[in-house]
Design a protein around this ligand. Structure first.
Ligand code: PMP
Length: 310
């Protein structure tokens, strides 16, 4: 039986004991930054591999700088806490790891300075997020992506997720799987929790960080695979909404969504309405890599179980 654990107030405790007070600053004002990291279950090896842990903690550190959150942890310590948590929790399935650094003072007053900071991590089981085989039916959101001049999207700030939640719920209640948000200039930005790519001939195109995206780790993984394994060109440039309708293929990337084809947008079929050849190759490469089955990319995978069960 799996029992979830958390890292909380510098200790590993049962998840049920990790509680914050109602006056906690981050809970009231959205002043926390976080990561979503996946641990991927490999049945053959009875092992969970954490994918690109270093890159996630590096991004968390950058988010902390923007939000003036003190984060006195080195990657080595973070890696050891994370793998220990996963091992102790004992899940034998895909898990989601949520590190979160937050303004922990229990007081009133909107600001970032003169507050205490704290850090926690929890682990939860987490299966598929979107249907990869079927692909996602999406809509262009009526909500625009927040601008860097409002809340910087390059930082994974809890408060910014009100923007994503508005877009996701609008999409779901209107019968779509996911929302694609435009930025204030009207260019394509990203999904509520995914980056976006289009395929046009031998070019794979994705919006640049200046389109107010979270600079995704799956995005970086896919850009590497497109160049190194598929031999196609990756272009970062502004994308118009109507380009999504007319591209050969479109797909989204994210820790939760993996690589998910977008097969329909705003009631227009993209490509032939199924997973295209480029998306298909990326999906299969990606799953091999994240489950530790591709030796070339094993440096991206951190095993959690020290004693592998036979
Ligand atoms: N954009 C947003 C808004 C997200 O929440 C996520 C998920 N973290 C992504 C993009 C994809 O980022 P990553 O590939 O690092 O998970």
């Amino acid at each position: 039986m799996a029992t979830p654990y958390a890292y909380f107030k510098r200790e590993i405790v049962p998840l049920s004991d990790a509680k914050i007070g109602v006056m906690t600053h981050a809970f009231n004002y959205g002043t926390a930054v976080f990561e979503g990291v996946r641990g991927n279950w490999n049945e053959d090896e009875s092992q969970i591999y954490v994918f690109r842990m270093k890159e996630h903690y590096d991004r968390l550190r950058r988010s902390c700088r923007i939000m003036r959150i003190d984060f006195p942890y080195e990657n080595e310590e973070l890696s050891s806490i994370t793998t220990q948590l996963v091992e102790m929790s004992g899940y034998r399935e895909d898990v989601y790891i949520r590190p979160l650094a937050y303004k922990s003072s229990e007081l009133l007053g909107v600001r970032l300075h003169d507050l205490d900071d704290d850090f926690l991590i929890f682990v939860a089981p987490f299966g598929p997020y979107l249907d990869i085989e079927k692909g996602a039916r999406c809509c262009t959101s009526s909500w625009r992506r927040v601008e860097d001049t409002g809340i910087p999207a390059r930082a994974k700030i809890t408060g910014i997720y009100a923007n994503s939640a508005l877009a996701k719920t609008e999409a779901n209640l209107n019968g779509f799987d996911e929302a694609i948000m435009l930025d204030e200039r009207g260019h394509v930005s990203e999904g509520s929790g995914e980056n976006i790519f289009v395929v046009q001939g031998d070019h794979v195109i994705t919006p640049p960080p200046s389109s107010n995206i979270l600079v995704g780790i799956t995005r970086d993984t896919v850009m590497t695979l497109v160049r190194e394994e598929l031999g196609l060109q990756v272009v970062e440039r502004d994308i118009d909404r109507s380009e999504l309708y007319t591209s050969d293929e479109c797909f989204m990337t994210g820790t939760a969504a993996h690589v998910t084809p977008v097969v329909e947008l705003d009631h227009r079929i993209i490509g032939d309405g199924r997973m295209g050849p480029v998306s298909g190759r990326l999906v299969s490469l990606y799953f091999d890599i994240i489950t530790g089955r591709n030796a070339k990319y094993s440096h991206w995978c951190t095993p959690c179980f020290s004693k592998v069960k036979a």
